[in-house]
Design a binder for this molecule. Structure first.
Ligand SMILES: [Zn+2]
Length: 381
């Protein structure tokens, strides 16, 4: 028996793995199909491993990329890859309107490809563990997901009257892994006893963080939905224990604690920019809400030049405001500062990194720097 001339093999039986293999015999002519979310018809996220291709010219075609949920997401997009699951880089990728194709020569026997740098369930649990170990934080159990995973809330700082209640939630859409990288960067800074911004912020505010709103979808490798096929960011007006227990539990905790500021962290498939989407379309939008949004976005621009306010969703994107969306429901219910924050799957076109594109590390920095912006806004909240 010899290993020379062994066929390549594609696999995805691991945390957030997702792909359908069509042909994996010939390294120069591999083909796959994007898999739908486990219980809904969304297709975009992929994460798989290719073995047995060291030094070979690999070409992988995604045959149904033209039928993806966000086809515009493939224009100007480069696939993320890693040999060691730590260092992720981009590989040459083309899109012809129907098929997406990767062409490069791996220098190792095994390589992982993903829509974006993954954020694993194990890393999520380790993040909760670091919070638990800090004297500044509590990790609370809010309830279970549909498949029995834990919905945890990290509360940093003392709780009580006279303190501002700031909420940050991430990864309602599980394929938007940059959102949990963002939260990791923010939590690391909040828990750092040497950080003066965190110390001052925590004198007057309590920060409530839900690092992962969609654990089932994350482990299953879904793009947008939970294990009941629900898009959680359309469940905020009337969440149910049956279809959206994740939102049901978090919304109840928000109602108990109150909300003075709210950030809902996402990734955007199409736009190559970091931006926020505000509440200017709400009928209850007030001059105070406008001033808070402007103050926060100006402060974040100053704290982190990856953030900008030129490119974003058009203000008239939805003529009728959708109160089932988290930041709209929060803005409508509580007034105050309530924003959706979007990071790119591609890169920030204003400050590009051809090697890595937008990345977990850049998301972490943005999360950490968003505390500077929240601190600047604290007197106004
Ligand atoms: Zn999203």
């Amino acid at each position: 028996m010899t290993t020379s001339g062994a066929s390549p093999r594609i696999s995805c039986a691991f945390d957030s793995g997702a792909i359908e293999v069509v042909a994996d015999r010939d390294a120069a002519n591999l083909s796959v199909r994007l898999r739908a979310d486990s219980h809904a018809d969304f297709r975009q996220w992929f994460h798989f491993r290719l073995q047995g291709v060291r030094g070979q010219s690999v070409r992988i075609r995604f045959l149904n990329a033209g039928e993806a949920t966000y086809v515009e997401g493939w224009r100007g997009y480069q696939v993320a890859a890693s040999y060691d699951r730590e260092d992720w880089f981009r590989v040459p990728t083309t899109f012809d309107g129907g098929e997406l194709a990767i062409a490069h020569e791996p220098s190792r026997d095994s390589i992982y490809y993903a829509y974006f740098e993954p954020y694993s369930w194990e890393r999520h649990l380790a993040l909760l563990g670091r919070a638990e170990a800090s004297p500044r934080a509590r990790v609370r159990d809010l309830g279970a997901t549909i498949e029995g995973r834990d919905m945890n809330l990290v509360t940093v700082g003392e709780e009580g009257a006279g303190r501002k209640s700031i909420w940050v939630i991430a990864r309602q859409h599980p394929g938007e892994t940059m959102a949990e990288w963002f939260v990791e960067g923010m939590l690391e800074r909040l828990l750092d006893p040497a950080d003066p911004v965190a110390r001052r912020l925590l004198e007057r505010a309590t920060i409530h963080v839900v690092p992962n709103m969609n654990p089932d979808g994350s482990v299953r490798g879904n793009l947008r939905t939970n294990a009941a096929g629900a898009n959680l960011n359309r469940e905020w007006q009337s969440p149910s224990r049956e279809r959206s227990p994740e939102v049901f539990h978090v919304r109840a905790a928000m109602q108990a604690a109150g909300v003075d500021a709210f950030l809902d962290v996402h990734g955007d498939e199409g736009l190559p920019y970091v931006f926020t989407d505000g509440n200017e379309r709400l009928p209850t939008y007030s001059p105070r809400m406008a001033a808070l949004e402007r103050g926060f976005t100006d402060a974040l621009k100053g704290a982190n030049p990856d953030f900008q306010t030129v490119h974003g969703y058009p203000a008239d994107k939805e003529t009728k405001v959708n109160l089932t969306v988290a930041s709209k429901w929060v803005g409508h219910t509580y007034g105050g500062l309530a924003l959706t924050l979007e990071m790119p799957f591609k890169d920030n076109a204003d400050l590009p990194d051809p090697l890595r594109g937008w990345s977990g590390a850049r998301s972490q920095r943005l999360g950490a720097d968003s505390l500077t912006a929240l601190y600047a806004m604290l007197p106004s909240l």
